[in-house]
Design a protein around this ligand. Structure first.
Ligand code: MTE
Ligand code: 290
Ligand code: MOS
Length: 692
């Protein structure tokens, strides 16, 4: 091993920067970039930078923002029915508030970007992003070059979950700028701690509610104020609030509704898209109301859910008609598959025989709207080539992040062209083959790009038709050759935009969504009342995904979304110091689900006979909808705690914020040991944060 003769010349730079609060609005904000010949040198140099800040008191939480009246505009709200008469006819009214924490995307591949500057001002980039067009336009603007000279290529992402929908620009702009300035290829990939301190996550939400209902448990009216912690920029927060507004009903028909959503401007890194996009947060507020209603009437939460479920033909609070909406079928099928009634009795029996171990059981529905709530995003295009050897190359506007989009679009092409997948290939997604694309998001990747691929393939199929008719016994390769020599164009582009969309907040009318993906889940848990630990004993899920084009992928997505949501409701808790410094920076102190958390028994099934004409080949969107079903674990834990509290002879209705961490479970199991402590006192006292 050659001994290294030349000692690394110690870096002796000290860059003094002076920045004011108006330029830097959160800890973790990118304020510059160091370019070096090796990663080690760049890290040493970054540490050598000295920055002096003029500090001001930060606003970090929703409550602080409300107190300081620190909000972004606009504020959207939905009003349907007549609240006054609704509450007047309600025999019971409950008020309360509930909060749900944020969540780190924790994609396996952290943010990564490569830029290669080429002749004539051209730039070619390889970026881990869900949104190549956004990178293209933002980089073009930042470098003051026309978009037609910037190509963004995406082979695949090691996970995105919404975290690479807009935030990847923070990394790609400096990388591109350096490449252009220095005329050398530049690459950067964040370390996990940098990633968790810089790129934001799921919006924490606070919900304040007032709900009126009959003594039978029928909900007549509700007034909800939602607040999200948007962080130091608006990013997608308004769309996330919109989706939260559209999902405050979850799966229930509520005749009189007034719901408002506000974005809090705070000094934490800008929060952004995260699987479910505001819907899990607001549906959590709805299910908390259901739980409170059930407790106040001494009814089971499942009974209250059941009698308020939407039926076919109902309209939502944003006046969208529910057709082919199989909520009740999923609910009934889940109830029977999970053997709910019998297990309810077994759980109660177990709880009557155990004091310090308790079990809980809960079943929740989900109804998730499919389409971008921002109308213009519901568009995409595709490009399909048939080469002379008969092999086919696909390109479309969607990125592969592990959700199986490329596999599904290969299947669509195979079915549309009538040839085996072995003759078809999809290589990458690039702004040079398909333009002006929307992010691969809102679970619409397969719907939009599947339809675009299908349309392009149908064009090609029609052009080949005469050659098929001419020699029906021939092979695909022969037909392609005959067409080629007959000078037929064997490449086609297509364009697809979702029909019949167009909601307006002003008139509260027009379709927000193309259709809904619905399901139900039943979970049973066991908790240790003295440690706050828990385990899921069994989960049953039933989902309506239409006629799935690939059941294996869809079941995988349901299992994955469920476990990611489990992290949100049960494990993951982001901690920020009083000065706004991110404390949770890695798997050491930020717990994401691992195989030990998977339900001991995990049954997922897809509803049968539920064709859907509005989804590509009737296979419905599946990416985000199942995530909320993991709240069945949260409410099963709440059910178990209720039994512990009954034994301790304390009030069995209590507020349980999400995530239901072990300390929160422990403290909610009120008993002779907990009286003298309050969970909020167990707060980490961080040392002064030492990050730029
Ligand atoms: N393995 C994997 N699955 C995933 C994701 C991911 O990053 N990795 N992202 C989720 C999110 S946030 C969305 S919006 C959808 C996007 O893909 P689709 O629109 O093709 O369903 O995939 C979901 N499933
Ligand atoms: C932009 C956007 N609109 C939506 O309606 N849903 C989403 N999920 C992720 N991104 C989005
Ligand atoms: O819609 Mo997913 O990218 S949050």
């Amino acid at each position: 091993m050659k001994s290294c003769k030349k000692k690394n010349k110690l870096l002796s730079i000290s860059l003094k920067l002076k920045v004011t609060p108006k330029e830097v609005t959160c800890q973790g904000q990118v304020i510059g970039a160091i370019i070096a010949d090796t990663k080690q040198h760049s890290k040493l140099a970054a540490k050598a930078v000295e920055v002096t800040y003029i500090e001001k008191e930060p606003i970090l939480t929703i409550k602080q923002a409300i107190h300081e009246n620190s909000f972004y505009q606009p504020v959207h709200s939905i009003y349907k029915g007549d609240l006054v008469s609704g509450f007047h006819n309600a025999s019971n009214v409950l008020e309360g508030e509930i909060s749900i924490g944020g969540q780190e995307h924790f994609y396996m591949e952290t943010q990564a970007s490569i830029a290669v500057s080429k002749e004539d001002g051209e730039l070619e980039m390889f970026v881990s992003t869900q949104n190549p067009t956004d990178i293209q336009l933002v980089v073009a603007e930042a470098l003051n070059v026309p978009a037609n000279k910037v190509v963004i290529r995406v082979k695949r992402l090691g996970g995105g979950f919404g975290g690479k929908e807009t935030r990847s620009t923070l990394l790609s702009v400096p990388v591109a700028l350096a490449a252009k300035r220095l005329h050398v290829p530049v690459r950067c990939q964040t370390d996990r701690d940098e990633d968790m301190m810089t790129f934001g996550g799921r919006h924490p939400y606070l919900g304040k509610y007032r709900v009126g209902f009959t003594k039978e448990g029928k909900i007549l009216a509700m007034e909800v104020d939602l607040y999200s912690n948007a962080g130091n920029s608006r990013d997608l927060s308004i769309s996330i609030c919109d989706r939260a507004l559209f999902h405050i009903d979850n799966a229930y028909r509520i005749p009189n509704v007034h719901v408002t959503a506000r974005m809090c401007e705070t000094n934490v890194p800008s929060n952004t898209a995260f699987r479910g996009f505001g819907a899990p947060q607001s549906m959590f507020v709805m299910e908390t109301m259901i739980s409170a209603i059930a407790a106040s009437l001494d009814l089971s939460p499942e009974y209250v859910r059941e009698i308020n479920l939407y039926q076919e033909g109902d309209t939502t609070h944003y006046n969208q008609l529910l057709t082919k909406c199989h909520i009740s079928r999923c609910w009934e099928e889940c109830k029977s598959r999970s053997d709910f009634s019998a297990r309810r009795k077994q759980v109660d029996m177990f709880n009557s025989e155990n004091r310090w171990m308790k079990r809980g059981l809960a079943m929740v529905p989900v109804k998730f709207g499919i389409a971008f709530t921002t109308k213009f995003l519901n568009q995409t295009s595709a490009l399909v080539h048939i080469y002379k050897d008969g092999t086919v190359l696909l390109a479309h506007g969607g990125t592969e992040m592990g959700q199986g989009l490329y596999t599904k679009t290969l299947q669509v092409a195979s079915r549309a062209l009538g040839i085996p997948v072995s003759k078809i290939h999809i290589s990458e997604t690039s702004t040079a083959t398909v333009i002006n694309t929307s992010p691969t998001a809102a679970s619409c990747g397969s719907d939009l790009n599947g339809m675009a691929i299908m349309l392009a393939c149908q064009k090609l199929k029609n052009r080949l038709e005469p050659y098929v008719v001419a020699s029906p016994e021939g092979k695909w390769e022969d037909w392609v050759k005959s067409a080629y020599f007959d000078r037929v164009h064997l490449s086609a582009t297509s364009f697809y935009k979702t029909p019949d969309l167009g909601y307006s907040f002003e008139t509260n009318s027009g379709n927000v969504f193309n259709y809904f993906t619905v399901g139900a889940a039943c979970s049973e848990v066991e908790i240790d009342c003295l440690t706050g630990d828990h385990q899921i004993l069994r989960t049953d899920i039933v989902m309506d995904v239409g006629k799935s084009i690939n059941p294996a992928i869809d079941i995988g997505q349901i299992e994955g979304a469920f476990m990611q949501g489990y992290g949100l409701f049960m494990l993951e808790q982001i901690k920020v110091s009083p000065t706004g410094c991110m404390i949770t920076r890695g798997p050491g102190n930020y717990k994401i689900p691992s195989f030990g958390n998977i339900p001991v028994e995990f049954n997922v099934s897809l509803l049968k006979e539920c064709e859907h004409d509005r989804a590509v080949y009737s296979s419905k969107a599946i990416g985000e909808p199942p995530l909320f079903l993991s709240s069945s674990v949260f409410f099963a834990v709440k059910d178990a705690i209720k039994s512990a509290r009954a034994d301790a002879e304390v009030e069995t209705e209590f507020n349980l914020n999400s995530p239901a961490t072990p300390e929160r479970i422990r403290m909610a199991c009120h008993d002779q040991f907990t009286d003298k402590w309050d969970v909020e006192m167990i707060r980490c006292t961080p040392s002064k944060c030492s990050i730029a």
